[in-house]
Design a protein around this ligand. Structure first.
Ligand SMILES: [Zn+2]
Length: 160
């Protein structure tokens, strides 16, 4: 039997930002309601097109597209930000597990190819069945906003 790898962030390519410009750099320069954390070297934003509640994106502040463009310090801080984001999600949303990944290149499903970012997707037992149902439903902004409000206090305390 063939096993399907569940990679919801691949949908980002299809649903990706059509407005043009880099969503991460835009989030840094503008005040928006999706940015959870802006640090010295890293940032955390909520995926505007989540396939599951709590789908986060962790990116370096610098607009770079490849891992080898990160300096050693950024590498450490980036992974630390991933770890801390998982800790906050665990505490507030109590998931059973996580998918954490990088899409490098369009062929791999990167929606925002020019600015490196990790996806953090919280998982709950049985969520794949629910997702099949939700797949045809437009994401309601209020849900994102509610999740944002739940997660924001955790990220406000974050010092990296
Ligand atoms: Zn950028």
């Amino acid at each position: 039997m063939m096993k399907t790898m569940w990679a919801p962030w691949r949908m980002e390519y299809i649903l990706g930002d059509k407005e043009g410009g880099c969503i991460f750099c835009k989030a840094l320069s503008e005040q928006d309601d999706l940015t959870l954390f802006k640090g010295n070297a890293t940032m955390v934003v909520m995926n505007k097109y989540p396939y599951i509640n709590g789908h986060l994106l962790v990116a370096p502040i610098r607009h770079i597209s490849a891992l080898n463009q990160l300096d050693r310090d950024e590498m450490g801080v980036l992974l630390l930000t991933v770890e801390q984001s998982i800790a906050i999600l665990k505490k507030i949303m109590n998931p059973d597990g996580f998918n954490v990944g990088l899409n490098l290149g369009k062929v791999a499903g990167a929606g925002v190819e020019e600015h490196l970012h990790f996806h953090i997707v919280p998982r709950w037992f049985g969520d794949t069945n629910a997702l099949t149902v939700f797949a045809d439903v437009r994401v309601i902004p209020e849900h994102i906003k509610a999740t944002y409000n739940n997660l924001k206090p955790g990220f406000d305390k974050l010092v990296i």
